[in-house]
Ligand binder design. Structure first.
Ligand code: FAD
Length: 383
């Protein structure tokens, strides 16, 4: 039996590892656009010079064939072939784990705009930093904040243009977002909120508020879309609880798919590392013939930027029936409660037991139980 796994990211690697464990005698082939597998999560740390690229490399599981630098162009789902510039490859079972690609915010392609997905993008930013060019960041999400932090550590304090009124607006409610915004601005981040960039021209960017700002490199962090060029760009790949797509013997995992979100009760994209890894693991079990349904995932993230720690999990935007709120100086924690269950939590500069909070959200624990057990939440300083 030949298992073909498309992609060289964590979803595909986890699947390959588990498949080799479960089916050691079978052939596992990874076909990856990247030359070698590496962790994307640490790209900002490379820019910060905290780690070197060689330490971000991930190893290919033993016995797995890795075809790097080879992009799939199309798939014949009926005859079970994938096509690459090197020819065709037959599969018995296929995993699509081609991840996501940055959402490019302009119609036109500009040389002075870079997104952050690959090591080449980081190299491009480094070059600009070294030349002392004017750099602007467009976006206020997790990756953008990490890049801003990295740039500041490299001696560049960029203007940050954000479409919404506060940072991390996809994950945070307004109150939490405003709290974070004030902390970041007090630390000197040059935000300009509620703006779009209308044009990029001759060393400047132009906003819809009539501003003209010097900019040799614009770093755009405007979310991601599934990397499905070989199917149809921007199309969503749906899976059932066994990670199966609508095509026979074709499974999917990682950023490329919409998964069931246990908090919102909806299928949605949750493009984070742990979901990619776990969904790859479930895919392997099912591809190997062990019927293993996944119950669901939910979004969460942890970030430390400019010495501010931010942990957010679940759905902070679900209409609250009730909230739990702590605020003291630079510390803030808020939980959103709906129908007696904690739906979302954010903790800014508050030490929380992250695995425990993830369990509370995952298991939809009743709030009475949580409030009785609050000793885990230790706010820095006294409330
Ligand atoms: C800068 C940055 C920081 C991040 N920080 C965090 C974080 O702090 N926490 C967190 O949880 N998540 C973070 N993420 C998100 C996390 O890295 C992704 O969720 C995760 O990498 C998704 O894994 P994946 O295997 O689904 O896809 P990817 O890692 O995107 O891998 C996809 C693979 O598919 C290959 N591919 C694409 N198209 C083709 C094709 N046509 N043919 C063959 N191969 C193809 C690519 O080359 C790549 O090897 C970050 C992402 C970035 C970019």
């Amino acid at each position: 039996m030949r298992f073909v796994l498309l992609g060289g990211g964590i979803a595909s690697l986890t699947c390959a590892q588990k498949l080799k464990e479960l089916r050691p005698g079978d052939e596992v082939v990874m076909v990856s656009g990247d030359k070698y597998p590496y962790s994307r999560m640490v790209l900002p740390n490379i820019l910060k010079r905290e780690i070197e690229f060689k330490n971000a490399l991930l190893s290919v599981p033993k016995g797995v064939k890795f075809r790097g630098g080879e992009k799939v162009i199309s798939i014949d789902f009926e005859r079970k072939f994938v096509y690459t510039p090197n020819g065709k490859l037959r599969y018995d079972k296929l995993l699509i784990a081609t991840g996501s690609e940055p959402n490019y915010p302009f119609e036109e392609k500009y040389n002075s705009v870079v997104t952050v997905r690959n090591i080449e993008d980081v190299r491009r930013i480094e070059e600009s930093v070294q030349k002392g060019e004017d750099i602007i960041v467009f976006g206020g999400g997790f990756v953008s904040l990490e890049i801003v932090d990295a740039l500041i550590k490299r001696g560049v304090n960029p203007e940050v243009i954000v479409s919404s009124d506060y940072p991390l607006s996809r994950m945070l409610d307004e109150e939490s977002g405003d709290f974070l915004k004030n902390l970041l601005m007090e630390r000197g981040i040059k935000f300009r909120f509620d703006r779009e960039i209308k044009a990029v021209k001759a060393g400047f960017i132009f906003t819809d508020k009539g501003e003209k700002l010097p900019c040799k490199l614009l770093i755009a962090g405007k979310g991601v879309i599934p990397a499905l060029q070989f199917v149809k760009r921007g199309e969503v790949l749906k899976i059932n609880k066994f990670m199966e797509t609508e095509f026979e013997d074709v499974y999917a995992a990682g950023d490329v798919v919409e998964v069931y979100d246990i908090v919102s009760g909806k299928y949605r994209s949750i493009p984070i590392w742990p979901v990619a890894s776990l969904s790859g693991w479930y895919a392997a079990l099912n591809m190997a013939g062990i019927k293993a349904p996944y119950t669901g995932f939910f979004p969460y993230n942890f970030l430390k930027t400019l010495d501010i720690s931010i942990f957010v999990a679940g759905d902070m935007k679900s209409v609250p029936h009730d909230v739990l709120l702590w605020k003291k100086g630079e510390s803030f924690a808020k939980a959103i409660i709906k129908n007696g269950v904690i739906k979302g939590i954010v903790a800014i500069n508050v030490e929380v037991d992250i695995p425990e909070w993830l369990r509370i959200i995952r298991e939809q624990v009743k709030v009475e139980w949580v409030t009785k057990s609050f000793p885990w939440i230790r706010v820095k300083g006294k409330i």
